[in-house]
Ligand binder design. Structure first.
Ligand code: BDR
Ligand code: CA
Length: 310
């Protein structure tokens, strides 16, 4: 398999998605951070804290602080003031690299292209960093392998607005640049994240009898926060796989049991549909080359999750 770079906005489920990659033989070779759930410095701190909790060293590069054209939004109302729902983090979390994420990605991707290899990308935040890379250095694209994105919707049912999902709504212009690029893109939209869920009781059973390690304590706090959030929105005591579903698909692409091929465009006008992903399997808007995941083997996802909380 190609090396993997993770691009993340450091929220509650981003942290768990990272632990899932680490625990299931898919450690990223580097991580780039982006504003999103929280500010860029907070997202970077959260990723460093997650790595320190797991006792793993992976270089972290800071990327975009703001969207391409619109003002920055965040999702602290979902992820908590710190972006980790108050989960306990170690005091010593190390530091990010000096080089910024865009320069790093351009170098790494060009290096791969020169060597005749490719790097896979998993993006679980706003798509600003990759859009900036494509704008700055179109040749870098030659070094990109499979791109997996948690973002957008397949049937137009968003979480941030009725029509738009957070990662796309946070920077629609960037998302449009990425979806328009000649890349091999796999999307994990919001709707399957809603339907790939387990009950609170199932989560408790996974945590029961696990030895009290830093990773267990951290993951438990993340899960508790996610459950409280869903309950607060009237969804009962349930736990949904969002960024971890995208991580699971990267770990084992064969767990996808249903997907649709489509051309994805992003609505950029102001008003009700801004940031909506317009999904066209018919070919009228362009070649249907993005693969949108609709269903995956939930048991496998739960297995990967169980491995990541120990
Ligand atoms: C996405 O936005 C964030 O809240 C999550 O981390 C996920 O990447 C869901 O809309
Ligand atoms: Ca995220």
């Amino acid at each position: 398999p190609n090396p993997l770079i993770l691009d993340t906005d450091g929220g509650v489920d981003d942290a768990q998605a990272l632990l899932m990659l680490l625990a299931n033989g898919c450690a990223p070779t580097a991580i780039t951070t982006v504003f999103g759930n929280v500010s860029l410095p907070a997202a970077t701190r959260n990723i460093l804290a997650t790595l320190a909790t797991a006792g793993v060293q992976i270089p972290v590069y800071k990327g975009a602080e703001v969207p391409l054209e619109q003002p920055r939004i965040d999702a602290k109302y979902i992820h908590g003031e710190d972006g980790l729902g108050g989960a306990p983090v170690p005091d010593d979390i190390g530091q990010a690299q000096e080089q910024d994420a865009i320069a790093f990605l351009c170098d790494a991707l060009n290096g791969a292209a020169d060597a005749g290899t490719k790097i896979d990308l998993l993006l679980i935040g706003p798509l600003t960093n990759l859009a900036l890379v494509l704008q700055r250095d179109p040749d870098a694209m030659k070094g990109i392998g499979q791109v997996t994105i948690m973002g957008g919707t397949v049937y137009g049912r968003g979480n941030t607005t009725p029509a738009a999902e957070f990662n796309i709504f946070a920077d629609p212009e960037a998302a449009q640049i990425v979806f328009a690029a000649d890349l091999s893109i796999r999307v994990v939209p919001w709707e399957p994240c809603m339907s790939h869920a387990i009950t609170g009781a199932q989560v408790d059973a996974l945590f029961a009898d696990l030895p009290e390690t830093p990773v267990r304590r951290f993951s438990k706090a993340l899960a508790d926060h996610a459950r409280r959030t869903i309950e607060g929105y009237g969804g009962g005591d349930n736990f949904r796989f969002v960024d971890p579903l995208a991580a699971a698909v990267v770990i084992a692409p064969e767990i996808v049991t249903r997907s649709v091929s489509a051309c994805v465009s992003v609505a950029l006008g102001s008003g009700l549909t801004r940031g909506m992903t317009v999904v066209d399997p018919s070919g009228r808007l362009g070649t249907p080359k993005a693969e949108l995941v609709e269903k995956a083997d939930l048991e496998k996802v739960v297995d990967f999750y169980a491995n990541s909380i120990r």
